[in-house]
Write a protein that binds this ligand. Structure first.
Ligand code: NAP
Length: 455
């Protein structure tokens, strides 16, 4: 495993980091566990932890220009998208600094045995494995609530974004988190297995692909560790026959091309009712063709390169297989330089086509045309995944009734999917389990301890 930044736009190697040895990992575990056992982690000292989170927000806000550039150089997203990611990190830090105490307020439980109260206590070290597509935001989403609750956090980040991985550790340190509170790990998969097995680790979180989730969840399960999994998606973007087509097409395009299409909740399957399919397709293909590929640091660029040469190769292979299995290309699939991938729309994807069930992690959208609402539900639920569906319709009651029938963790009506600190985020089926953000996120890795006082 090499932790190395290769700038996805220039193809140049920027920086390589040495791996941590087993001895170093042991020191990190010792420090993390010692902090968990110290006064720092006690519920009554939450104020000190929340002060650090407020400081983290302040530091990130002050240094946003430098941080945004590091994100773009590490994984290639457009600079404007990197700024927006920094803002999300600031928002999450402030959100938990403001609300964690209220979320973890002990709760009385009326009952016949005596005076009973449920308190929320830290559990130890939380080990997280995170992906590169939002290389700071994904870390903040897991680490901030866990630290607020009094846990220590260790994170193995994706090997292609080590600058962001190191930066996050430096930022937490600068914000005043004591030694052991947050540790970045440059480690192998084998070392992760040993860390998960360690008794000092009591929580395991992974955001990433189905394959990584399955492997890490298996290891966590074998050692009976509480785990959350935020995995892939192949979400439907539904356009009903009464929808505002211009608004829907705009959201479909941004929902598929943001972050160069590398978003778990991206709108990967357009499911459009027949009456509006032609107009929707025309608007989307026009917009796809107008995208400007270029330097992600340049404001004129609208579509960034993919994160790596490997990601492009994999996406092209998936697309080639889809076409070989009968899919028709409506636009795109043109040669592009470097790691760029032309926005592509495909249709006529039969159930036997591998594309029908696969997640395409890049700017490739699928179009399905259906007759009625029942067909929408059937297609939406004929998926291994279930993360964030979208429905466009002038009739909100009709859209809500469809939302109730769709098997996803989230549904957005008449808008793109998005994630903000106050809203629970997560999926069902192979999109994973558990929730991040909101009051639910902070309660994933706490001991909900009951204390009963007899008469
Ligand atoms: P990935 O290959 O699964 O990598 C994610 C992380 O898991 C990386 O740190 C990776 O390390 C590590 N990893 C991979 N295989 C592992 C294994 N067997 N054991 C331990 N760690 C392992 O995912 P990706 O391709 O980078 O990211 C895209 C995927 O993440 C997509 O499926 C996307 O939908 C999903 N995602 C989900 C969410 C969500 O919240 N639901 C959010 C963002 C992304 P290396 O980099 O060293 O391989």
């Amino acid at each position: 495993m090499t932790y190395q930044t290769i700038n996805p736009y220039t193809g140049k190697t920027v920086k390589t980091f040495p791996n941590h040895t087993d001895q170093e990992v042991e020191q990190f575990l010792t420090a993390g566990y010692a902090l968990y056992q110290s006064d720092w982690a006690r519920p009554e000292n939450m104020g000190a932890r929340l002060d650090c989170l407020n400081r983290l927000a302040e530091i990130m806000e002050t240094r946003k220009d430098e941080i945004a550039r590091i994100i773009t150089v590490d994984m290639g997203k457009r600079l404007a998208e990197s700024y927006s990611e920094v803002t999300s990190c600031v928002d999450i830090s402030r959100y938990y600094a403001e609300h964690a105490a209220e979320f973890l307020q002990p709760k009385p439980y009326p009952n016949p045995l005596g005076q009973a109260q449920l308190g929320y206590y830290p559990i130890g070290i939380v080990m997280a494995v995170e992906p590169w597509n939002f290389p700071l935001y994904q870390l903040v989403r897991v680490a901030v609530p866990a630290i607020a609750a009094g846990n220590s956090v260790m994170i193995k980040h994706a090997s292609n974004v080590p600058q962001c991985a190191q930066l996050m550790e430096d930022l937490f340190k600068e914000a005043g988190i004591p030694e052991g509170g947050y540790r970045n790990l440059f480690v192998s998969f084998e070392q992760i297995g040993k860390i998960i097995a360690d008794d000092r680790v009591q929580g395991v979180a992974l955001t990433g692909s189905e394959g990584a989730g399955s492997s890490v969840a298996e290891q966590a399960g074998a050692k009976l560790k509480k785990a959350t999994m935020e995995l892939g998606g192949n979400d439907v973007f539904v356009v009903l026959d009464d929808a505002d087509i211009h608004k829907a097409a705009q959201a479909a395009v941004s929902g598929r091309l943001a972050n160069a299409g590398q978003v778990c909740t991206a709108s990967k399957r357009y499911v459009v009712q027949k009456k509006v399919a032609e107009e929707f397709t025309r608007l989307v293909t026009e917009a796809f063709k107008q995208q400007v590929m270029g330097d992600p640091l340049d404001e004129a660029t609208t579509l960034a390169p993919l994160s790596s040469a490997g990601a492009k190769k994999h996406l092209q292979e998936q697309l080639d297989k889809a076409i070989a299995a009968g899919a028709k290309v409506l636009c795109g699939n043109q040669p592009a330089e470097g790691n760029f991938f032309t926005p592509t729309l495909i249709t006529q994807i039969g159930r036997n086509n591998p594309a029908y069930f696969e997640e395409f992690f890049g700017p490739v959208a699928q179009l399905y045309v259906v007759d009625n609402d029942d067909e929408v539900v059937k297609l939406a639920n004929d998926s291994h995944y279930g993360l964030a569906g979208i429905i466009f319709s002038a009739d909100v009651a009709r859209a809500k009734s469809l939302a109730a029938r769709i098997e996803t963790g989230m549904v957005f009506i008449n808008r793109s999917s998005d994630s903000v600190a106050p809203l629970p985020f997560g999926g069902v089926k192979r999109s994973g389990f558990g929730r991040e953000l909101s009051d639910l996120g902070i309660k994933e890795f706490v001991n909900q301890k009951l204390v009963v006082v007899g008469d």
